[in-house]
Design a protein. Structure first.
Length: 169
């Protein structure tokens, strides 16, 4: 099943299609366009959203635990308080995304683009951020305990050295 079809099936099975799909159809109504969708509080746990375009989508308070969002476009998405425990976000585009208070414990964010993202108060406990781009990201009060930052581009543009765990060295 293609990622977009899987997502539609999940939303329809939750009985929230009318509110979750608000503004998500093209003018002809022929296909679903996930960019800018309102998926507030959606349960997408373990969903396969590989390479999905969810740019500018509202995913605040959504459950994406264990979801595969590898290579997904989540630029400018609202992921405030989203649950992304053990989610795979490797190679994803989260530039300018709002991840404030998001739960990203044990998430895979290797090679992800988090430039200019808001990660204030985010829980990144034991997250894998190796090779991630964190330039100009807001990490105020973020929990980076045991997070792997090896090879990540830090907020100030420097590259974190090998063995950078919990802090950029």
């Amino acid at each position: 099943m293609k990622p977009a079809h899987f997502l539609a099936a999940v939303i329809l099975s939750l009985g929230t299609a009318s509110s979750a799909l608000a503004g998500c159809r093209d003018p002809a109504g022929a296909r679903v366009d996930w960019r800018g969708c309102n998926l507030y509080k959606a349960n997408l746990s373990r969903a396969n959203l590989l390479d999905a375009d969810l740019s500018r989508a509202n995913l605040s308070d959504a459950n994406l635990s264990g979801a595969n969002l590898s290579k997904a476009n989540l630029s400018e998405a609202d992921l405030t308080r989203a649950r992304l425990y053990e989610a795979n976000l490797s190679w994803s585009n989260l530039s300018v995304a709002n991840l404030s208070e998001a739960y990203l414990s044990e998430a895979i964010l290797s090679e992800a683009n988090l430039s200019e993202a808001n990660l204030s108060w985010a829980n990144l406990y034991e997250a894998n951020l190796s090779g991630a781009n964190l330039s100009d990201a807001n990490l105020s009060d973020a929990n980076l305990t045991n997070a792997n930052l090896s090879g990540a581009t830090w907020r100030d543009g420097r590259v974190c050295g090998e063995g950078s765990i919990g802090e950029c060295k």
